[in-house]
Design a protein around this ligand. Structure first.
Ligand SMILES: [Zn+2]
Length: 473
């Protein structure tokens, strides 16, 4: 990917360095905790995560999910019930084998995800068809012993996780749940200004124990993709292993059909990566921890400028806007710098001119656009500017995603860091060869069917199946 303008130089030239610096300098996390892969959520970063969680919570509550919280430790024997699931996670699991001076009779593991914690209990909760669908979720920390290089928010050994688990009487019920999950993802993506591709993973890349997996992949500034969410159809794979049955209307005992929907703190990392520039973060107004920062510019009328600024702040707070005021002794230049670094969506500059004319100078973080707004219009103007920023930020990211997808007919055309779209015969052997030859992953087949007629980019067999291919983070 080329650089967009002079302002985005560093981000595109050396993404890793830019990203690693910005997440810490902007105050999203502290990486000095002495355990590899485990960072500290600092107040600003945690507020951002909480605001994303608030939107997620609203969307899943509206669709009839209920929040729960399960214990962190899972007994070994429960973990080992579903063969594919164990195989998928056994290298990443942290074990607790001692308590005090005693070896534990039953080793316990720290949840890498909560299927094996929840499903033994689901059998007790689900008795008859009247208990279905069961739709629950939790927001907790999970642990996975990553062997690849760790990266703040994107690849951690302890991370914040959202997981929804559902049980249904029929496969159709579970399929409808997956559609609902994708609608939730779509709504959330508008709030966080993060367009993505919904792709059905290949069989060799699906979630351990799943029948199939839909991944939501976002484009990073490197031209590689990052998985933002995983939605999984389990059919009865887990309910057979955990014996989760219900009595249907005719008195027959049947296994429930299950789905899960998972997202992690990666969303924070992706937002920083997608929207940030060389000055710092650029946060979408609807989830920004601080939505507006007032900057008093003081030369002469110190008292009056501060009083006027406080009045404006109070008015905005009454309207539910997250606003603060930088009344430090720093020069205006350093105050602007700090607001830009933190990605605060709007700045209100107030100096003696604004005081005299009873207005404020409103500055957009995403575009740098400045304009005067009268005292009376401020609240309405902020509201409409937030809406515009949400749309603009989403559209810009969508445009960038679109511009980085290239149509190909043969895998020899794959030579850049971007997303490629072409035909695939759906044979596993051919797919694995495509991955080996190109050094990229087949991300998957579009969940929403896209019209296609052509040939496999490798074996040239006729096909109407499309795949997306890219390097991944
Ligand atoms: Zn092929």
């Amino acid at each position: 990917m080329g650089k967009k303008d002079d302002n985005d130089g560093k981000k595109y030239e050396d993404f890793n360095q830019w990203y690693n610096e910005i997440v810490e300098e902007a105050g999203l996390c502290d990486k000095r905790y002495p355990v590899k892969g485990m960072n500290i959520w600092t107040p600003y970063g945690w507020k951002l995560m909480q605001n994303i969680d608030r939107e997620t919570r609203r969307l899943v509550n509206e669709t009839g999910h209920q929040e729960v919280k399960f214990p962190l430790l899972v007994p070994q024997k429960e973990f080992e019930k579903e063969a594919d699931h164990i195989a998928g996670f056994e290298d990443e699991v942290y074990w607790v084998t001692r308590a005090g001076r005693n070896e534990l009779d039953i080793p316990l593991l720290l949840r890498p995800t909560s299927e094996t914690a929840m499903y033994p209990v689901f059998d007790l909760w689900v008795r008859s068809h009247a208990d279905l669908p069961l739709k629950i979720y939790q927001m907790v920390n999970v642990f996975r012993y990553e062997t690849k290089q760790t990266k703040a928010f994107m690849r951690m050994r302890e991370f914040h996780f959202f997981e929804a688990h559902t049980c249904h009487a029929t496969e159709e019920g579970a399929e409808a749940q997956i559609k609902e999950d994708l609608e939730i993802m779509e709504d959330l993506s508008k709030k966080i200004c993060m367009p993505y591709l919904a792709l059905v993973r290949t069989d060799w890349d699906k979630f351990p124990g799943a029948e199939y997996t839909v991944g939501a992949d976002a484009l990073m500034p490197t031209g590689r993709t990052l998985q933002m969410a995983g939605i999984h159809q389990y059919k009865t794979n887990f309910s057979e292993a955990y014996d989760i049955t219900f009595e249907d209307e005719d008195g027959n005992h049947k296994n429930v059909h299950q789905t899960t929907y998972g997202m992690a703190e990666r969303l924070v990392g992706a937002i920083a990566a997608i929207h940030g520039d060389d000055k710092g973060l650029v946060l979408p107004p609807e989830i920004a921890p601080i939505q507006v920062r007032i900057i008093p510019i003081i030369y002469g009328d110190e008292e009056k400028v501060l009083t006027y600024s406080e009045k404006i702040k109070k008015r905005l707070e009454e309207k539910g806007i997250d606003v603060d005021i930088d009344d430090s002794d720093e020069r205006p230049g350093s105050k602007f710098y700090d607001a830009e670094l933190k990605g605060i969506p709007l700045r209100l500059d107030i100096g003696s001119d604004e005081l005299e004319e009873e207005n404020v100078t409103l500055v957009r973080r995403d575009t740098g656009e400045k304009r005067s707004v009268t005292k009376e219009e401020i609240v309405d103007e902020i509201g409409s500017t937030f809406e515009k920023m949400q749309e603009d930020m989403y559209e810009r990211a969508k445009e960038e995603l679109k511009n980085n997808i290239e149509e190909i007919e043969d895998l020899s055309e794959i030579d850049e860091e971007k997303i490629y779209r072409g035909g695939w015969c759906e044979k596993e052997s051919c797919g694995k060869e495509i991955e080996d030859i190109t050094g990229r992953d087949i991300l998957g087949i579009p969940y929403e069917e896209e019209d296609f007629e052509g040939e496999c980019i490798h074996c040239e067999e006729k096909t109407d199946t499309l795949v997306y291919i890219s390097k991944t983070h």
